[in-house]
Design a protein around this ligand. Structure first.
Ligand SMILES: NC(=O)c1ccc[n+]([C@@H]2O[C@H](COP(=O)([O-])OP(=O)(O)OC[C@H]3O[C@@H](n4cnc5c(N)ncnc54)[C@H](OP(=O)(O)O)[C@@H]3O)[C@@H](O)[C@H]2O)c1
Length: 231
């Protein structure tokens, strides 16, 4: 059995392109209304139109996710527009440049990566969790990565490991609340972040990426790999 997502409100961070855009299209197909986050409302304008053509509501909101005040405003606006979010995909992330000389990785790369990839998704989670718990239903999906053995990208990899730790340790406390928090590894995909050499198309993230939103049980803290469901 899958959860019925018709009429649910979903916030997707980083919805303008890449995996976030696919998530928006997939959730719209399930009947969700969408809050489409990016850094500039112009970036989601085309997607808003595409969703409207399919009779789905997609509302764009802009926020720079390294700015915690902007993150708070984003959550406030998303909650006000939706009347209470049901689903959150913390999808947006940055990957600082590949460091051939990885022992010289600047500390700033770690600061930026942890701000956007760890502190912000956790902050968004802290803000939406009480709302979801009060309503007795919610799905929080933290988008992580399967990256391994790449010290040249360690600022990014370590930030995702920190996010994984947050989910694994916090999710069990949500048992029985109706709010599920799980991890999604989309696989290595051809996006701006993944680059042109990635083996998988961005479309291959569906349908697997929707599995943690469609759960209809009490699965908590589990890692779902979208490529396990790719055709
Ligand atoms: N692609 C892969 O191979 C791969 C593999 C494993 C995990 N992932 C994970 O999947 C997620 C999505 O990746 P993707 O490949 O789709 O990335 P992408 O194509 O680079 O898209 C990034 C999205 O995040 C937004 N964003 C980036 N930096 C931001 C910031 N500082 N503040 C606010 N928004 C920001 C962008 O908005 P704008 O349009 O406004 O710039 C855009 O919508 C990430 O969590 C990534 O770590 C990707």
């Amino acid at each position: 059995m899958s959860a019925d997502l018709r009429g649910k409100w979903a916030l997707i961070t980083g919805a303008s392109r890449g995996i976030g855009r696919q998530l928006a299209l997939g959730l719209a197909e399930q009947g969700c209304h969408l809050i489409l986050h990016s850094r500039d409302r112009q970036h989601t304008a085309a997607l808003e139109k595409e969703l409207a053509a399919r009779n789905r509501r997609g509302l764009g909101l802009a926020a720079e996710l390294s700015d915690q005040a902007a993150v708070d405003r984003l959550v406030d606006q998303a909650l006000a527009l939706s009347g209470g979010l049901d689903i959150v995909y913390n999808n947006a992330a940055i990957m600082t440049p590949f460091q051939n000389d990885w022992l010289a990785t600047p500390a700033e790369h770690y600061r930026q990566s942890f701000e956007v990839n760890v502190i912000t998704p956790i902050r968004i989670t802290y803000r939406v969790l009480p709302v979801m718990r009060a309503r007795g239903w919610g799905r929080i999906v933290q988008v992580t990565s399967g990256i391994t053995n790449e010290p040249e990208l360690m600022a990014y990899a370590a930030s995702k490991a920190a996010l994984d730790k947050f989910v694994r340790d916090a999710a069990p406390s949500l048992r029985g609340s109706g709010v599920l928090m799980n991890l999604l590894d989309p696989g290595w995909l051809r996006t701006d972040l993944g680059g042109p050499k990635a083996p998988n198309s961005v479309e291959s993230v569906l349908p697997g990426a929707l599995v943690p939103a469609l759960l209809d049980d009490d699965t908590q803290g589990r890692l779902f790999r979208a490529q396990d469901y790719a055709g």
